[in-house]
Design a protein. Structure first.
Length: 120
């Protein structure tokens, strides 16, 4: 079984990279939890609007700009993931420091590229 990934900033819109990431994660048999603004479903994964009850997360992959990330700082830190992936457009030095201080790996990369090149 693959380790669980939280897609934060999940979108129902097929042209959004978070949507494509969910589809590709499922294709590569990763367990996925998706959090977004609107409830719905992508590739059989239900998008939730709250992080309540989420646990056992290995990777958080971000699709929120730095300002929209702030309300999630503590929730992500409390999940104690192995790593947080900052996809293009989500770069956030302030959050990098908080994660590193909590011994959480920071990866500035593209989830879609990591999956496509077998580096996920």
């Amino acid at each position: 079984m693959n380790k669980k990934t939280l897609v934060l900033g999940a979108s129902l819109k097929p042209d959004r990279y978070s949507n494509r990431a969910i589809i590709k994660l499922v294709h590569y048999n990763h367990d996925v939890v998706a959090i977004g603004l609107k409830k719905g479903e992508v590739a059989g994964i239900g998008i939730q609007t709250r992080m309540d009850g989420i646990g056992n997360i290995d990777t958080v992959t971000l699709y929120l700009n730095p300002v929209r990330q702030k309300p999630y700082y503590d929730q992500i830190l409390n999940l104690k993931p192995e790593r947080v992936i900052f996809n293009p457009g989500t770069e956030n030095p302030e959050f990098y420091k908080k994660l590193k201080d909590a011994d959480i790996k920071v990866e500035i990369a593209c989830t879609l590229v990591l999956l496509s090149t077998n580096q996920y």
